[in-house]
Design a protein around this ligand. Structure first.
Ligand code: SF4
Length: 205
């Protein structure tokens, strides 16, 4: 019974949720080596660590055959942490670069071009791996499109938001549209199409 970690995408941090939930100490933090350590002798394949990892870097193999299969998948994985730890729609904020407050919305959107404001609740944020990277969301929009994320614990009445996360679309300083609700990476095309339609119009839709 074994646990595997895909260190290509794992941020290898002391705060790893897998370490925190492991009931047997099979996952631990090695201070000296500054890394997560695996002791497969202790692993009981309960799967708790796998469920805890938000990006799917921890895998549990209940059999030798499954271990080989997962090991091969990890060996062949071409992703790196750079591919995953990017800001995404509906997920918690990673870089402060995108962060603004509710009060700053007007000053940030008072410009020519498209500005997207995402309002999200950090307590309900979705898994990084399942969310859509901001870069992809803005791919088909004009190059000067700006994107900001606003943390909000409750729905905002000013913009009549019924569901979080929500995307407010501003064009030339005017609110021209709104998209509400979570879109997973599988619904990427749908979200991008809606955005393009809204971005092409000047009337609020
Ligand atoms: S599967 Fe269970 S016992 Fe094994 S490392 Fe994960 S949490 Fe610990």
């Amino acid at each position: 019974m074994s646990v595997l970690i895909n260190f290509k995408i794992c941020d290898n941090a002391k705060e790893c949720g897998g370490i925190a939930v492991c009931p047997t100490g099979a996952l631990s933090w090695n201070e000296e080596k500054d890394t997560i350590e695996i002791d497969n002798e202790r692993c009981i394949s309960c799967g708790m660590c796998e469920k805890e990892c938000p990006i799917g870097a921890i895998k549990v193999a209940p059999t030798e055959e499954e271990y080989k299969k997962l090991k091969q998948e990890i060996d062949e994985d071409k992703r790196t942490t750079k591919d995953l730890f990017v800001d995404r729609y509906g997920a918690a904020l990673i870089s402060e670069f995108f962060s603004i407050s509710l009060e700053e919305i007007e000053s940030k959107t008072d410009r020519l071009g498209i500005t997207l404001i995402e309002i999200y609740n950090p307590d309900l944020a979705e898994c990084l791996l399942k969310s859509i990277p901001i870069k992809q969301i803005t791919k088909n929009l004009p190059e000067d499109t700006l994107y900001y994320k606003v943390e909000a614990e409750k729905l905002d009445s000013k913009y009549e938001i019924q569901e979080l996360p929500a995307l407010l679309i501003f064009k030339d300083g005017k609110l021209i549209g709104k998209i509400e609700g979570y879109y997973s990476v599988n619904q990427k095309e749908e979200l991008m199409e809606k955005l393009e339609q809204i971005g092409a119009k000047n009337e609020f839709i």
